[in-house]
Design a protein around this ligand. Structure first.
Ligand code: NAD
Length: 301
């Protein structure tokens, strides 16, 4: 069974995930470029490493939670003559990347690993920082069944739903399919809420009608883009907290990259991506339901 883990990338998501592993009794080596976060984890019992390579010595498993594909490739493959993890870890070390990156980048790292006899899995998450803190994330894993079963108990210490999506890269594909759909649904929901409100309907009444009808969806019920529909929604507190527009744009662009790589058309997502791209220039840090401002600029004033 897995006992000792290297955790690399301890930002908004990685830090609370690492804390849940410590609470569940795993021994942790930690590394991040930001040293403040390392001191904090050291107080909780983690062992602070000096580099990703240093962190990965003599561990059963490595977890990475980094911003984007370039960082993941740098850490695993090395850069500018510096060694990557794949140059130093033993063949039986299980490698799991939970960052959201292009499926093609995940497959590229997995290919180099496989040539050395090492197993690499992609395991992007859904559930945001609140899910990371509560230990209720969904992990969507791409990799071989045998390795999936080995890492599952570790992922269960950080998450509630642990899915095996298929081969390497399948986790990333499933994750961006979800977020691409969410981007389209949020935009469509804002469009419908705006049309109704501009035609005199009380947004709360309209939301309750749509939520009991065939237009029913998550954006409408849990994260309605129109202000004053639900007290606990980002739209009722100036679109703060929640899932930032620029992160939605990142995921929609990853979906587009995968679509282009495989000659698949995504006309609805293309429209929504164009709106998110323009919106993020000014409001990238606001919750993605603030796309409502494209229809009614008053909501952000
Ligand atoms: P973040 O920017 O808060 O954290 C990333 C961390 O990686 C930072 O602490 C940074 O210092 C560190 N880092 C960068 N390069 C490094 C390197 N070479 N070596 C070691 N550390 C390095 O980002 P986040 O919000 O934690 O997101 C991480 C990933 O999870 C992203 O791919 C994101 O798309 C995905 N994700 C985020 C959310 C969310 O709600 N924030 C939800 C689901 C998925």
């Amino acid at each position: 069974a897995i006992k000792k883990i290297a955790f690399i990338g301890l930002g908004n998501m990685g830090k609370p995930m690492a804390e849940n592993l410590i609470k569940n009794g795993f021994a942790l080596n930690v590394f991040d470029l930001n040293t403040a976060v390392l001191n904090d984890l050291a107080k909780q019992g983690a062992n602070v490493a000096t580099s990703p390579v240093d962190a990965s010595k003599e561990v059963d498993m490595v977890i990475t939670m980094l911003p984007a594909g370039q960082h993941v490739k740098e850490v695993y493959l090395g850069k500018d003559g510096n060694k990557g993890l794949l140059d130093v870890v033993s063949k039986d070390t299980l490698l799991v990347d939970s960052s959201t990156i292009a499926a093609s980048d995940a497959r590229e790292v997995a290919q180099v690993a496989a040539e050395k006899g090492i197993q690499f899995m992609d395991a992007p998450v859904s559930g945001g920082t609140a899910g990371a803190a509560a230990g209720t994330l969904s992990f969507i894993v791409g990799g071989q069944a045998e390795q999936f079963e080995q890492v599952k108990p570790v992922l269960e210490a950080m998450g509630k739903n642990i899915f095996h999506a298929g081969e390497v890269g399948a986790g990333q594909v499933a994750k961006i399919c979800n977020n691409m759909l969410l981007g389209v649904i949020m935009t469509g929901t804002a469009e419908a809420m705006n049309l109704g409100a501009k035609n005199g309907l009380d947004p709360k009444v309209l939301a309750s009608i749509l939520s009991a009808s065939t237009g029913r969806n998550w954006a409408l019920e849990v994260c309605n883009p129109h202000p004053d529909v639900g007290d606990a929604m980002p739209s009722s507190r100036g679109y703060t907290g929640g899932f930032m527009s620029k992160l939605m744009l990142k995921d929609m662009n990853l979906a587009k990259q995968t679509a282009n790589d495989t000659q698949v058309v995504t006309p609805m997502a293309d429209q929504a991506t164009a709106l998110y791209s323009k919106h993020s220039e000014q409001h990238g840090d606001k919750d993605f339901s603030s796309i409502m401002a494209h229809y009614d600029a008053n909501v952000l004033q």
